[in-house]
Design a protein around this ligand. Sequence first.
Ligand code: GLU
Length: 490
Amino acid sequence: MSANQVRTRYAPSPTGFMHVGNLRTALYEYLIAKSQGGQFILRIEDTDQERLVEGAVEIIYNTLKQVGLTHDEGPDVGGEYGPYVQSERRDMYRPYAEQLVKEGKAYYCFCTKERLDQMHQQAAQEGGFSGGYDRHCRDLPQEEIERLLAAGTPYVIRQKMPLTGSTTFEDAVYGAITVENSELEDQVLLKTDGYPTYNFANVIDDHAMHITHVVRGCEYLSSAPKYNLLYEAFGWEVPTYVHLPLIMGKNEDGSVSKLSKRHGATSFEDLVTDGYLPEAVTNYIALLGWCPKDNQERFTLEELAQAFSIDGISKSPAVFDYDKLTWFNAEYIRSMAPQEFTRIAMPYYQQVMGNTPLDWDALAGILQPRVTKLTQIPEMIGFFQQLPEYETDLFVNKKSKTNLDNSLVMLQHVIPALEALASWEHESIHGCLIGLAQQLEVKNGTVMWPTRIAAAGMAVTPGGAVEILQILGREESLRRLRIGLQKLEP
Ligand code: GLU
Protein backbone atom coordinates (compact mmCIF):
# COMPACT_ATOMS: atom_id res chain seq x y z
CA MET A 1 0.00 0.00 0.00
CA SER A 2 1.47 3.38 -0.95
CA ALA A 3 1.41 6.16 1.64
CA ASN A 4 -1.17 8.30 -0.11
CA GLN A 5 -3.43 5.60 -1.32
CA VAL A 6 -7.13 6.38 -1.01
CA ARG A 7 -8.92 3.64 0.92
CA THR A 8 -12.67 3.67 1.44
CA ARG A 9 -14.90 1.12 3.07
CA TYR A 10 -18.48 0.11 2.91
CA ALA A 11 -19.34 -0.92 6.46
CA PRO A 12 -22.90 -2.23 6.52
CA SER A 13 -24.61 -3.64 9.57
CA PRO A 14 -26.39 -6.75 8.31
CA THR A 15 -29.82 -5.79 9.58
CA GLY A 16 -32.02 -6.45 6.57
CA PHE A 17 -32.52 -5.39 2.99
CA MET A 18 -30.23 -3.10 1.07
CA HIS A 19 -31.99 0.25 1.24
CA VAL A 20 -31.26 2.60 -1.67
CA GLY A 21 -29.51 4.89 0.84
CA ASN A 22 -27.11 2.08 1.76
CA LEU A 23 -26.52 1.27 -1.85
CA ARG A 24 -25.74 4.91 -2.56
CA THR A 25 -23.24 4.95 0.32
CA ALA A 26 -21.56 1.83 -1.08
CA LEU A 27 -21.53 3.29 -4.57
CA TYR A 28 -20.01 6.61 -3.50
CA GLU A 29 -17.39 4.83 -1.38
CA TYR A 30 -16.49 2.75 -4.41
CA LEU A 31 -16.42 5.74 -6.74
CA ILE A 32 -14.33 7.90 -4.40
CA ALA A 33 -11.75 5.10 -4.26
CA LYS A 34 -11.83 4.18 -7.93
CA SER A 35 -11.80 7.76 -9.22
CA GLN A 36 -8.47 8.14 -7.42
CA GLY A 37 -6.95 4.75 -8.11
CA GLY A 38 -7.73 3.65 -4.56
CA GLN A 39 -9.00 0.56 -2.79
CA PHE A 40 -12.54 -0.27 -1.78
CA ILE A 41 -13.01 -2.43 1.28
CA LEU A 42 -16.02 -4.32 2.60
CA ARG A 43 -16.37 -4.63 6.37
CA ILE A 44 -19.31 -6.28 8.05
CA GLU A 45 -20.29 -4.40 11.22
CA ASP A 46 -22.05 -7.01 13.28
CA THR A 47 -21.15 -5.80 16.78
CA ASP A 48 -24.78 -5.22 17.59
CA GLN A 49 -25.73 -8.90 17.60
CA GLU A 50 -29.32 -8.19 18.64
CA ARG A 51 -30.07 -6.35 15.41
CA LEU A 52 -28.68 -8.99 13.06
CA VAL A 53 -31.02 -10.47 10.50
CA GLU A 54 -30.39 -13.86 9.00
CA GLY A 55 -29.56 -13.76 5.30
CA ALA A 56 -28.67 -10.06 5.38
CA VAL A 57 -24.97 -10.70 4.70
CA GLU A 58 -25.86 -12.67 1.57
CA ILE A 59 -28.03 -9.79 0.41
CA ILE A 60 -25.05 -7.46 0.79
CA TYR A 61 -22.78 -9.74 -1.25
CA ASN A 62 -25.41 -10.30 -3.93
CA THR A 63 -26.25 -6.65 -4.29
CA LEU A 64 -22.64 -5.53 -4.56
CA LYS A 65 -22.09 -8.23 -7.14
CA GLN A 66 -25.16 -7.38 -9.22
CA VAL A 67 -24.21 -3.72 -9.24
CA GLY A 68 -20.56 -4.48 -9.99
CA LEU A 69 -19.03 -2.90 -6.89
CA THR A 70 -16.10 -5.27 -6.57
CA HIS A 71 -14.29 -4.95 -3.26
CA ASP A 72 -10.52 -5.24 -3.06
CA GLU A 73 -10.56 -6.51 0.52
CA GLY A 74 -13.32 -8.09 2.54
CA PRO A 75 -14.49 -11.15 4.45
CA ASP A 76 -14.71 -13.33 1.35
CA VAL A 77 -11.60 -12.13 -0.47
CA GLY A 78 -9.37 -11.48 2.54
CA GLY A 79 -6.69 -8.79 2.69
CA GLU A 80 -3.85 -7.45 4.76
CA TYR A 81 -5.98 -5.92 7.53
CA GLY A 82 -8.46 -8.69 8.27
CA PRO A 83 -10.55 -10.14 9.66
CA TYR A 84 -13.18 -7.99 7.98
CA VAL A 85 -16.11 -9.08 10.14
CA GLN A 86 -16.30 -7.22 13.44
CA SER A 87 -17.43 -10.22 15.49
CA GLU A 88 -14.19 -11.93 14.45
CA ARG A 89 -12.20 -8.92 15.67
CA ARG A 90 -13.80 -8.90 19.12
CA ASP A 91 -10.57 -9.32 21.07
CA MET A 92 -8.75 -6.60 19.18
CA TYR A 93 -10.56 -3.69 20.80
CA ARG A 94 -9.87 -4.09 24.53
CA PRO A 95 -6.15 -3.17 24.34
CA TYR A 96 -7.07 0.15 22.73
CA ALA A 97 -9.57 0.96 25.48
CA GLU A 98 -7.05 -0.04 28.18
CA GLN A 99 -4.46 2.18 26.52
CA LEU A 100 -6.74 5.20 26.93
CA VAL A 101 -7.36 4.27 30.60
CA LYS A 102 -3.60 4.16 31.20
CA GLU A 103 -3.18 7.53 29.56
CA GLY A 104 -5.93 9.03 31.74
CA LYS A 105 -8.25 9.55 28.73
CA ALA A 106 -10.76 6.90 29.73
CA TYR A 107 -11.89 5.31 32.97
CA TYR A 108 -13.52 2.27 34.50
CA CYS A 109 -17.13 2.87 35.38
CA PHE A 110 -18.63 0.47 37.92
CA CYS A 111 -22.11 2.00 38.01
CA THR A 112 -24.82 -0.64 38.10
CA LYS A 113 -27.80 -0.59 35.86
CA GLU A 114 -29.96 0.20 38.91
CA ARG A 115 -27.89 3.25 39.72
CA LEU A 116 -28.04 4.50 36.14
CA ASP A 117 -31.79 3.96 35.95
CA GLN A 118 -32.27 5.81 39.23
CA MET A 119 -30.09 8.65 38.01
CA HIS A 120 -32.11 8.95 34.82
CA GLN A 121 -35.39 8.88 36.72
CA GLN A 122 -34.28 11.54 39.13
CA ALA A 123 -32.91 13.74 36.35
CA ALA A 124 -36.17 13.39 34.46
CA GLN A 125 -38.18 14.43 37.53
CA GLU A 126 -35.98 17.43 38.09
CA GLY A 127 -36.39 18.42 34.47
CA GLY A 128 -33.70 19.16 31.96
CA PHE A 129 -32.91 15.48 31.51
CA SER A 130 -30.05 15.18 29.09
CA GLY A 131 -29.93 11.39 29.01
CA GLY A 132 -26.25 11.64 29.78
CA TYR A 133 -24.07 10.02 32.40
CA ASP A 134 -23.30 12.01 35.57
CA ARG A 135 -19.60 11.08 35.49
CA HIS A 136 -19.85 9.45 38.92
CA CYS A 137 -16.85 7.16 38.31
CA ARG A 138 -14.74 9.64 36.38
CA ASP A 139 -12.59 10.60 39.35
CA LEU A 140 -12.70 7.57 41.66
CA PRO A 141 -9.58 7.26 43.86
CA GLN A 142 -7.07 4.74 42.52
CA GLU A 143 -7.39 2.47 45.61
CA GLU A 144 -11.14 2.31 45.16
CA ILE A 145 -10.72 1.32 41.50
CA GLU A 146 -8.25 -1.39 42.45
CA ARG A 147 -10.49 -2.71 45.20
CA LEU A 148 -13.50 -2.94 42.88
CA LEU A 149 -11.43 -4.58 40.13
CA ALA A 150 -9.98 -7.10 42.58
CA ALA A 151 -13.49 -7.93 43.79
CA GLY A 152 -14.44 -8.71 40.21
CA THR A 153 -17.02 -5.89 40.03
CA PRO A 154 -18.42 -5.59 36.51
CA TYR A 155 -17.44 -2.38 34.71
CA VAL A 156 -17.55 -0.56 31.42
CA ILE A 157 -14.82 1.69 30.06
CA ARG A 158 -15.89 5.25 29.31
CA GLN A 159 -14.06 7.97 27.45
CA LYS A 160 -13.33 11.21 29.38
CA MET A 161 -14.87 13.87 27.21
CA PRO A 162 -13.48 17.39 27.64
CA LEU A 163 -15.67 19.31 30.12
CA THR A 164 -15.21 22.70 28.54
CA GLY A 165 -14.59 24.17 25.13
CA SER A 166 -15.91 22.89 21.85
CA THR A 167 -15.08 20.36 19.17
CA THR A 168 -14.98 21.29 15.53
CA PHE A 169 -14.80 18.82 12.71
CA GLU A 170 -14.69 19.27 8.98
CA ASP A 171 -17.07 17.46 6.71
CA ALA A 172 -16.27 17.43 3.00
CA VAL A 173 -19.92 18.11 2.16
CA TYR A 174 -21.34 20.00 5.15
CA GLY A 175 -18.26 22.07 5.99
CA ALA A 176 -17.10 22.88 9.53
CA ILE A 177 -19.40 21.76 12.33
CA THR A 178 -18.87 22.74 15.96
CA VAL A 179 -20.45 21.28 19.08
CA GLU A 180 -20.06 22.28 22.72
CA ASN A 181 -18.13 19.60 24.59
CA SER A 182 -20.44 20.01 27.60
CA GLU A 183 -23.13 18.40 25.44
CA LEU A 184 -21.13 15.24 24.94
CA GLU A 185 -21.60 12.27 27.22
CA ASP A 186 -18.64 10.26 28.52
CA GLN A 187 -19.27 7.58 25.95
CA VAL A 188 -18.91 3.88 26.68
CA LEU A 189 -16.10 2.30 24.68
CA LEU A 190 -16.10 -1.20 26.11
CA LYS A 191 -19.22 -2.83 27.50
CA THR A 192 -19.57 -5.00 30.63
CA ASP A 193 -19.23 -8.13 28.51
CA GLY A 194 -15.85 -6.85 27.32
CA TYR A 195 -17.00 -6.16 23.80
CA PRO A 196 -16.76 -2.77 22.14
CA THR A 197 -19.64 -0.40 21.52
CA TYR A 198 -20.54 0.19 17.94
CA ASN A 199 -18.92 3.64 17.74
CA PHE A 200 -15.67 2.47 19.30
CA ALA A 201 -15.29 -0.56 17.02
CA ASN A 202 -16.04 1.60 13.99
CA VAL A 203 -13.25 4.08 14.78
CA ILE A 204 -10.68 1.43 15.71
CA ASP A 205 -11.40 -0.50 12.53
CA ASP A 206 -11.25 2.52 10.28
CA HIS A 207 -7.89 3.38 11.75
CA ALA A 208 -6.55 -0.19 11.70
CA MET A 209 -7.66 -0.62 8.09
CA HIS A 210 -6.04 2.68 7.02
CA ILE A 211 -9.32 4.13 5.81
CA THR A 212 -8.83 7.61 4.33
CA HIS A 213 -12.46 8.56 3.54
CA VAL A 214 -15.48 7.73 5.65
CA VAL A 215 -18.70 8.03 3.67
CA ARG A 216 -22.00 7.67 5.50
CA GLY A 217 -25.52 9.00 5.65
CA CYS A 218 -26.03 12.37 7.33
CA GLU A 219 -27.93 10.66 10.17
CA TYR A 220 -24.40 9.99 11.51
CA LEU A 221 -23.44 13.67 11.46
CA SER A 222 -24.35 14.10 15.13
CA SER A 223 -22.04 11.22 16.12
CA ALA A 224 -19.10 12.69 14.24
CA PRO A 225 -17.79 14.81 17.18
CA LYS A 226 -17.61 11.68 19.33
CA TYR A 227 -15.65 9.90 16.61
CA ASN A 228 -13.43 12.91 16.25
CA LEU A 229 -12.60 13.05 19.95
CA LEU A 230 -11.62 9.39 19.83
CA TYR A 231 -9.18 9.99 16.98
CA GLU A 232 -7.82 12.92 18.97
CA ALA A 233 -7.46 10.86 22.16
CA PHE A 234 -5.36 8.34 20.28
CA GLY A 235 -3.50 11.02 18.35
CA TRP A 236 -4.56 9.45 15.07
CA GLU A 237 -5.14 11.23 11.81
CA VAL A 238 -8.84 11.90 11.26
CA PRO A 239 -10.18 10.51 7.96
CA THR A 240 -12.02 12.74 5.51
CA TYR A 241 -15.69 12.67 6.50
CA VAL A 242 -18.19 12.62 3.66
CA HIS A 243 -21.76 12.75 4.94
CA LEU A 244 -24.44 12.26 2.32
CA PRO A 245 -27.75 14.11 2.09
CA LEU A 246 -31.04 12.49 3.06
CA ILE A 247 -33.08 10.68 0.44
CA MET A 248 -36.68 11.86 0.37
CA GLY A 249 -39.82 10.55 -1.30
CA LYS A 250 -42.56 12.59 -2.95
CA ASN A 251 -45.91 12.49 -1.17
CA GLU A 252 -49.23 12.60 -2.96
CA ASP A 253 -49.87 16.16 -1.85
CA GLY A 254 -46.59 17.29 -3.41
CA SER A 255 -44.66 17.56 -0.14
CA VAL A 256 -41.62 15.39 0.56
CA SER A 257 -40.66 13.20 3.51
CA LYS A 258 -37.95 10.65 4.22
CA LEU A 259 -38.15 7.90 1.60
CA SER A 260 -40.22 5.01 2.91
CA LYS A 261 -42.24 2.04 1.71
CA ARG A 262 -45.34 4.15 1.14
CA HIS A 263 -43.49 5.97 -1.65
CA GLY A 264 -42.66 2.70 -3.43
CA ALA A 265 -39.88 0.11 -3.37
CA THR A 266 -37.00 1.29 -1.19
CA SER A 267 -34.59 -1.62 -1.36
CA PHE A 268 -32.44 -2.71 -4.25
CA GLU A 269 -34.05 -6.17 -4.37
CA ASP A 270 -37.54 -4.73 -4.43
CA LEU A 271 -36.64 -2.37 -7.26
CA VAL A 272 -35.24 -5.29 -9.26
CA THR A 273 -38.38 -7.30 -8.48
CA ASP A 274 -40.42 -4.32 -9.72
CA GLY A 275 -38.71 -4.66 -13.09
CA TYR A 276 -35.83 -2.21 -12.88
CA LEU A 277 -32.41 -3.17 -14.22
CA PRO A 278 -29.46 -3.07 -11.79
CA GLU A 279 -27.54 -0.79 -14.21
CA ALA A 280 -30.42 1.68 -14.38
CA VAL A 281 -30.82 1.70 -10.60
CA THR A 282 -27.09 2.28 -10.15
CA ASN A 283 -27.02 5.07 -12.70
CA TYR A 284 -30.01 6.76 -11.13
CA ILE A 285 -28.75 6.39 -7.56
CA ALA A 286 -25.38 7.86 -8.54
CA LEU A 287 -27.21 11.09 -9.34
CA LEU A 288 -29.14 11.16 -6.06
CA GLY A 289 -26.98 13.70 -4.31
CA TRP A 290 -24.15 14.01 -6.81
CA CYS A 291 -24.04 16.20 -9.89
CA PRO A 292 -21.52 15.74 -12.72
CA LYS A 293 -19.66 18.77 -14.06
CA ASP A 294 -21.47 18.67 -17.38
CA ASN A 295 -25.08 17.64 -17.88
CA GLN A 296 -24.42 14.02 -18.75
CA GLU A 297 -27.06 11.73 -17.31
CA ARG A 298 -26.26 8.26 -18.52
CA PHE A 299 -23.16 6.69 -17.04
CA THR A 300 -21.74 3.22 -16.92
CA LEU A 301 -20.01 2.31 -13.68
CA GLU A 302 -16.63 2.83 -15.37
CA GLU A 303 -17.69 6.26 -16.59
CA LEU A 304 -18.87 7.16 -13.10
CA ALA A 305 -15.52 6.09 -11.69
CA GLN A 306 -13.88 8.51 -14.15
CA ALA A 307 -16.22 11.42 -13.55
CA PHE A 308 -16.94 11.21 -9.82
CA SER A 309 -15.59 13.81 -7.44
CA ILE A 310 -16.51 14.69 -3.86
CA ASP A 311 -17.06 18.36 -4.68
CA GLY A 312 -20.05 17.38 -6.82
CA ILE A 313 -21.89 15.99 -3.78
CA SER A 314 -24.74 18.18 -2.62
CA LYS A 315 -25.92 18.72 0.93
CA SER A 316 -29.52 19.40 0.07
CA PRO A 317 -31.85 16.43 0.35
CA ALA A 318 -32.28 14.36 -2.80
CA VAL A 319 -35.76 13.34 -3.92
CA PHE A 320 -36.18 9.81 -5.20
CA ASP A 321 -38.22 10.18 -8.35
CA TYR A 322 -39.68 6.88 -9.57
CA ASP A 323 -40.66 8.44 -12.92
CA LYS A 324 -37.10 9.48 -13.55
CA LEU A 325 -35.86 6.01 -12.61
CA THR A 326 -38.40 4.54 -15.04
CA TRP A 327 -37.08 6.85 -17.75
CA PHE A 328 -33.54 5.60 -17.10
CA ASN A 329 -34.78 2.04 -17.15
CA ALA A 330 -36.51 2.49 -20.51
CA GLU A 331 -33.33 4.03 -21.92
CA TYR A 332 -31.28 1.07 -20.78
CA ILE A 333 -33.80 -1.42 -22.13
CA ARG A 334 -33.90 0.32 -25.50
CA SER A 335 -30.16 0.34 -25.92
CA MET A 336 -29.62 -3.35 -25.15
CA ALA A 337 -28.60 -5.84 -27.82
CA PRO A 338 -31.71 -7.93 -28.68
CA GLN A 339 -30.06 -11.14 -27.43
CA GLU A 340 -29.29 -9.51 -24.10
CA PHE A 341 -32.86 -8.27 -23.83
CA THR A 342 -34.14 -11.78 -24.58
CA ARG A 343 -31.93 -13.17 -21.82
CA ILE A 344 -33.28 -10.84 -19.13
CA ALA A 345 -36.84 -10.97 -20.46
CA MET A 346 -36.92 -14.79 -20.54
CA PRO A 347 -38.24 -15.31 -16.99
CA TYR A 348 -41.12 -12.94 -17.83
CA TYR A 349 -41.75 -14.67 -21.17
CA GLN A 350 -41.86 -18.00 -19.38
CA GLN A 351 -44.49 -16.76 -16.94
CA VAL A 352 -46.83 -16.48 -19.92
CA MET A 353 -45.52 -18.85 -22.57
CA GLY A 354 -44.00 -21.66 -20.51
CA ASN A 355 -41.27 -23.14 -22.65
CA THR A 356 -42.92 -22.48 -26.02
CA PRO A 357 -40.27 -20.92 -28.24
CA LEU A 358 -41.06 -17.72 -30.14
CA ASP A 359 -39.15 -15.62 -32.62
CA TRP A 360 -37.14 -13.97 -29.86
CA ASP A 361 -35.46 -11.33 -31.98
CA ALA A 362 -38.79 -10.25 -33.46
CA LEU A 363 -40.28 -10.12 -29.98
CA ALA A 364 -37.35 -8.03 -28.72
CA GLY A 365 -37.92 -5.76 -31.72
CA ILE A 366 -41.47 -4.91 -30.67
CA LEU A 367 -40.92 -4.89 -26.91
CA GLN A 368 -37.67 -2.99 -26.47
CA PRO A 369 -39.02 0.35 -27.68
CA ARG A 370 -42.08 0.04 -25.44
CA VAL A 371 -41.16 -1.68 -22.20
CA THR A 372 -40.26 0.70 -19.40
CA LYS A 373 -40.22 -1.94 -16.65
CA LEU A 374 -39.60 -5.64 -17.21
CA THR A 375 -42.68 -6.50 -15.16
CA GLN A 376 -44.87 -5.10 -17.94
CA ILE A 377 -43.82 -7.90 -20.28
CA PRO A 378 -46.27 -10.66 -19.25
CA GLU A 379 -49.27 -8.42 -19.74
CA MET A 380 -47.95 -7.10 -23.05
CA ILE A 381 -47.44 -10.54 -24.55
CA GLY A 382 -50.42 -12.38 -23.07
CA PHE A 383 -52.26 -12.33 -26.42
CA PHE A 384 -49.52 -14.39 -28.07
CA GLN A 385 -50.28 -17.23 -25.72
CA GLN A 386 -54.03 -17.01 -26.06
CA LEU A 387 -56.30 -15.09 -28.39
CA PRO A 388 -58.43 -12.89 -26.13
CA GLU A 389 -62.20 -12.82 -26.43
CA TYR A 390 -63.08 -9.72 -28.43
CA GLU A 391 -66.02 -7.92 -30.00
CA THR A 392 -66.21 -7.14 -33.71
CA ASP A 393 -66.41 -3.40 -33.09
CA LEU A 394 -62.60 -3.50 -32.71
CA PHE A 395 -62.48 -3.85 -36.50
CA VAL A 396 -63.95 -0.39 -36.91
CA ASN A 397 -61.31 2.32 -37.13
CA LYS A 398 -61.74 5.74 -38.57
CA LYS A 399 -58.11 6.53 -39.32
CA SER A 400 -57.56 3.24 -41.14
CA LYS A 401 -60.91 3.69 -42.86
CA THR A 402 -62.18 0.31 -41.77
CA ASN A 403 -65.68 -0.85 -40.95
CA LEU A 404 -67.27 -4.26 -40.49
CA ASP A 405 -67.94 -4.67 -44.21
CA ASN A 406 -64.54 -3.83 -45.63
CA SER A 407 -62.76 -5.64 -42.78
CA LEU A 408 -64.53 -8.79 -43.90
CA VAL A 409 -63.40 -8.19 -47.50
CA MET A 410 -59.85 -7.55 -46.38
CA LEU A 411 -59.64 -10.78 -44.40
CA GLN A 412 -61.17 -12.67 -47.30
CA HIS A 413 -58.17 -11.54 -49.37
CA VAL A 414 -55.49 -11.62 -46.69
CA ILE A 415 -56.01 -15.25 -45.73
CA PRO A 416 -55.42 -16.85 -49.15
CA ALA A 417 -52.60 -14.41 -49.92
CA LEU A 418 -50.77 -15.37 -46.73
CA GLU A 419 -51.53 -19.05 -47.26
CA ALA A 420 -49.72 -18.81 -50.57
CA LEU A 421 -46.55 -17.35 -49.05
CA ALA A 422 -43.50 -19.53 -49.53
CA SER A 423 -41.69 -18.16 -46.49
CA TRP A 424 -42.98 -16.69 -43.23
CA GLU A 425 -40.66 -13.78 -42.63
CA HIS A 426 -41.06 -10.13 -41.90
CA GLU A 427 -40.25 -9.07 -45.43
CA SER A 428 -42.47 -11.57 -47.18
CA ILE A 429 -45.45 -10.92 -44.90
CA HIS A 430 -44.97 -7.18 -45.24
CA GLY A 431 -44.66 -7.39 -49.06
CA CYS A 432 -47.77 -9.54 -49.25
CA LEU A 433 -49.97 -7.16 -47.25
CA ILE A 434 -48.71 -4.01 -48.94
CA GLY A 435 -49.13 -5.64 -52.36
CA LEU A 436 -52.69 -6.51 -51.44
CA ALA A 437 -53.48 -2.92 -50.49
CA GLN A 438 -52.20 -1.74 -53.86
CA GLN A 439 -54.11 -4.39 -55.70
CA LEU A 440 -57.32 -3.54 -53.87
CA GLU A 441 -56.62 0.19 -54.14
CA VAL A 442 -57.02 0.86 -50.43
CA LYS A 443 -54.82 2.49 -47.78
CA ASN A 444 -52.20 0.18 -46.23
CA GLY A 445 -53.99 0.69 -42.93
CA THR A 446 -57.20 -0.69 -44.31
CA VAL A 447 -55.47 -4.05 -44.77
CA MET A 448 -53.25 -3.84 -41.69
CA TRP A 449 -55.93 -2.88 -39.15
CA PRO A 450 -58.30 -5.85 -39.50
CA THR A 451 -55.36 -8.20 -39.89
CA ARG A 452 -53.82 -7.03 -36.64
CA ILE A 453 -57.14 -7.09 -34.77
CA ALA A 454 -57.84 -10.64 -35.89
CA ALA A 455 -54.28 -11.73 -35.07
CA ALA A 456 -54.16 -10.12 -31.62
CA GLY A 457 -57.78 -9.74 -30.53
CA MET A 458 -56.82 -6.40 -28.97
CA ALA A 459 -56.89 -2.78 -30.06
CA VAL A 460 -53.56 -1.82 -28.52
CA THR A 461 -50.63 -4.13 -29.10
CA PRO A 462 -46.88 -3.86 -29.06
CA GLY A 463 -45.91 -3.99 -32.74
CA GLY A 464 -47.99 -3.93 -35.87
CA ALA A 465 -49.76 -6.61 -37.91
CA VAL A 466 -46.60 -7.83 -39.66
CA GLU A 467 -44.57 -8.32 -36.48
CA ILE A 468 -47.45 -10.02 -34.71
CA LEU A 469 -48.03 -12.45 -37.59
CA GLN A 470 -44.33 -13.15 -37.79
CA ILE A 471 -44.13 -13.98 -34.08
CA LEU A 472 -47.34 -16.04 -34.05
CA GLY A 473 -46.07 -18.17 -36.91
CA ARG A 474 -47.96 -19.29 -40.00
CA GLU A 475 -50.32 -21.84 -38.54
CA GLU A 476 -51.50 -19.86 -35.51
CA SER A 477 -51.78 -16.67 -37.56
CA LEU A 478 -54.02 -18.27 -40.12
CA ARG A 479 -56.12 -19.94 -37.43
CA ARG A 480 -56.73 -16.55 -35.81
CA LEU A 481 -57.44 -14.78 -39.09
CA ARG A 482 -60.05 -17.41 -39.88
CA ILE A 483 -61.67 -16.86 -36.50
CA GLY A 484 -61.81 -13.14 -37.28
CA LEU A 485 -63.34 -13.84 -40.63
CA GLN A 486 -66.01 -16.02 -39.06
CA LYS A 487 -66.87 -13.30 -36.58
CA LEU A 488 -67.39 -10.85 -39.43
CA GLU A 489 -69.33 -13.12 -41.69
CA PRO A 490 -73.03 -12.24 -41.70
N1 GLU B 1 -22.61 0.18 10.04
C1 GLU B 1 -23.15 1.45 9.73
C2 GLU B 1 -24.46 1.28 8.97
O1 GLU B 1 -24.76 0.21 8.51
C3 GLU B 1 -22.20 2.26 8.90
C4 GLU B 1 -21.68 3.43 9.61
C5 GLU B 1 -20.45 3.99 8.96
O2 GLU B 1 -20.33 3.88 7.75
O3 GLU B 1 -19.60 4.46 9.67
O4 GLU B 1 -25.18 2.21 8.84
